[in-house]
Design a protein around this ligand. Structure first.
Ligand code: S3P
Length: 430
């Protein structure tokens, strides 16, 4: 269903808290389902992706109860997981697919895995290649590369694996398989990616060791049920943080948001572009720093972005591109080919949407080049069924003098079902 948006001459003002972090919500369900004893998760993200993770474990016999944003898991340990009677549908969720492939590799049964048309085009061999080295038997479309897939898990052997792509999903899939394997499994991570798996496992009574670039897990550690409180998702807060840097007369505070340094690259990039942003760590939830982000309208300048910062901004690049249209000079983003393997080819999607809105933007093989500053204009744009592209277009409508019409906004429910409520709550007439 298409949606016409027009927030022209409104600014971002006030205080906001955003829903729970998507990456952490997935991991809390996974650890709770593998643990013995009761796990409670507070401020869980009720997004479609995280619900896919819940449904997957329910199909394997785990009792998971949801009351609003609180989840209770009556965990009975790994032995309780059984062969699902039906295929498991991961929907749109790459994180569910990759992380569960890791777990299913170590479980002695057969599972059929399916996903929606977007997920069925995303490469799974990045996880099945190392998992096969550990002994997992998988097959799928196009030589085992894509969903639908089948997997027969069982006895695995530990490996040491250097990540060929900078992906927390691949790292986590191998570590989770390692948890179900006798011996020590090591992932060598040339560039640091988000580390929620490593941080959260401690709450469940197990450890993952990090020494330089080597991340190791000893197999057969027992997990015990835990109480987990999920901080606000910095990748959801990002839409408001980015918007408030360039929408005139904005002054916004976001509270109780996760400030794990592997996730805060957007703030570093925007500050380098000239944005006025203050972050304050106010709390620690488990092993995760949490705090406040204060942001005001500023003059932005183009910068060059590449290298090790890319995994720290990977989900926020659509927003950085939007900010770059409002920055003086050239912004160049390189080393970001991974964007082509997200919910859609995000390099192409960003170029198409922002070009339709009047931006001067060029597609590069591994990134983008944007020349600013340009006045954006309203138009009809596709979201490509990609939540983050849809939300980027919605933020753009704050600076277009005519409306932005987005063909499909239902996809926003994947990560941020209350996005439009939150947008309305902080948008004020200038
Ligand atoms: C995620 C890791 C990232 C990110 C995705 C969530 C995770 O993917 O884009 O939204 O929870 O581990 P990659 O690991 O493939 O880069």
């Amino acid at each position: 269903m298409s949606k016409e948006l027009h927030f022209f001459q409104q600014s971002f003002n006030g205080t906001l808290t955003v829903p729970g972090d998507k990456s952490m919500s997935h991991r809390a369900i996974i650890f709770g389902a593998l643990a013995e004893g009761t796990t409670t998760i507070e401020n869980f993200l009720i997004g479609e992706d995280c619900l896919s993770t819940i449904k997957a474990f329910q199909k394997m016999g785990v009792e998971i109860i949801r009351t609003d944003t609180t989840i209770t898991i009556n965990g009975k340990g790994i032995k309780q997981l059984h062969e699902p009677l039906e295929p498991i549908d991961f929907g749109n969720s790459g994180t569910t697919a990759r992380l569960l492939l890791g777990i299913l590799s170590g479980l002695p049964f057969h599972t059929v895995l399916v996903g929606d048309p977007s997920l069925s085009k995303r490469p799974m061999d990045r996880v099945t290649i190392p998992l096969k080295q550990m002994g997992s038997k998988t097959d799928g479309r196009e030589e085992g590369k894509y969903l639908p897939m089948s997997i027969r898990g069982g006895h695995l052997k530990p490996i040491t694996y250097t990540l060929p792509v900078n992906s927390a999903q691949v790292k986590s899939a191998i570590l989770l398989a390692g948890l179900l394997t006798e011996g020590e499994t090591t992932v060598v991570e040339p560039v640091q990616t988000r580390d929620h798996t490593e941080r959260m496992i401690g709450a469940f009574g197990a450890v993952i060791n990090k020494e330089g670039k080597n991340i190791s897990i000893s197999g057969k550690q027992k997990l015990s049920g835990a109480n987990v409180v999920i901080p606000g998702d910095i990748s959801s807060a990002a839409f408001f943080i980015a918007g408030a840097t360039f929408v005139p007369n904005s002054k916004l505070t976001i509270q109780d948001v996760g400030l794990n340094p592997t996730r805060t690259g957007l703030i570093d990039v925007l500050k380098q572009m000239g944005a006025s942003i203050i972050t304050t760590i106010t709390d620690q939830l488990g092993d995760e720093p949490v705090g406040t982000v204060e942001v005001e309208t500023s003059s932005l300048s183009g910068i060059h972005i590449s290298g090790s910062i890319i995994p720290r901004i990977i989900d926020e690049i659509p927003l950085i591109a939007l900010c770059a249209t409002q920055a003086e000079g050239i912004t160049e983003i390189r080393d970001a080919k991974e964007l082509r393997f997200k919910e859609t080819d995000r390099i192409k999607a960003i170029v198409e949407v922002l070009s339709k809105l009047g931006a001067n933007i060029t597609e590069l093989e591994d990134g983008l080049m944007i020349k600013g500053k340009t006045n954006l204009v309203g138009n009809e744009v596709p979201s490509f069924g990609d939540h983050r592209i849809g939300m980027m277009a919605a933020i753009a409508s704050f600076i277009t003098s005519t409306p932005v019409s987005i063909d499909d906004t239902a996809c926003i429910n994947i990560s941020y079902p209350t996005f439009f409520q939150d947008l309305n709550s902080v948008s004020k007439r200038q």
